[in-house]
Ligand binder design. Sequence first.
Ligand SMILES: [Zn+2]
Length: 397
Amino acid sequence: MIQAFRYELDPTRPEEECLRRHAGVARFAYNWALERCRKTGTTIPAVALHREWNRWKRTNAPWWEEVSKCAPQEAFRNLASAWARHRHGLARPPRFHRRGVRDSFRLTGSLSVGDRCVRLPRIGEVRTKESTEKFRGRILSATVRREADRWFVSLSVDRERPDPVPVVGPGVGVDLGLSSFAVFSDGGRLESPKALASDLRRLRHRSRLHSRKELGSASRARSARSLARLHYRIRCRRRDFLHKATTELARTKSAVVVEDLAVKNLVRNRHLSRAISDAGWSEFRRMWEYKTVGHGSRLVVAPRNFASSKTCSACGNVKETLSLAERVYRCEACGAEMDRDLNAARNLASLVAGSSPETVNAGGADVRPVLADGQTVGKPESVLISMYGRTASAASS
Ligand SMILES: [Zn+2]
């Protein structure tokens, strides 16, 4: 399975200079390619872009020989997948990368991890702030990222791991709610942390102050640095929150059912748009996917046309309309009354009801991964993560 190891780097001045240069070239190449795509009105494949880039570079920027060729190459790949996500309706079209915003680049090739250090092509050995003792596996790629004034490397590794023991217990439906961050079909709720909310308030305030500072002044530079640190802290808190939320469910529930959020209008939800969409729904989804697999649970994504909000979870009656203002679901057919989000969560949970490990296995479940673009056709039970099916059959034999 693919796993990531993330370390904070402790680069020397010249090393940091080199990291900055790589990030700069990656950003430039991305924007260069995006401009080309916009001009021609087509999405040019990464390979073609790289070929063109090499020609362009020879005449326009030969000094970039010192930067690993991976940096622009991977930037083109990123652009290609950004277009793909857009085509599938999962994201807005790619935009130009701004200097200093999310500086990052990805490298492949001869990468290795030593004692408290990481070896990167062209850059060399860079010390890490943390111990690398627990590192295992074969490195596929390294993404280097600057956050505020720190540098991090995230190593994607291919790693053999024993199949997890499937979680025994009920499945749970999760509705990313309107009033709470998430509502579970068993009645539980998850609120986004207060600390995060107060940080966001502070961020709004400080951004306002920042925008009033005179361009080019020392105080503006100072406030930019402090703003970047605040952004960094918010990212850490958000990530921490998402990690805790996803781990807990993956460890204790046999299945986690979520809505296909590509179709959910994220902006309508204040909590979501703050706490999630900034970080990207894909990040949340990615966490669910690898954690459910890693813990012997499974992630089920409801089909796009599944009416989780309008259906009555008690009798199955489907409402014609349901306005956002209706916080309580009232069924005209059976008279049931319950919280709107809870109703939706219960409907999601019903997608896995009765599919305990035995029945899934006995039925010879159609085991296949959730498609990257989130499109899932057919009965929802068939949308399983592959690991689960294997584990179930191994356990029963
Ligand atoms: Zn009803």
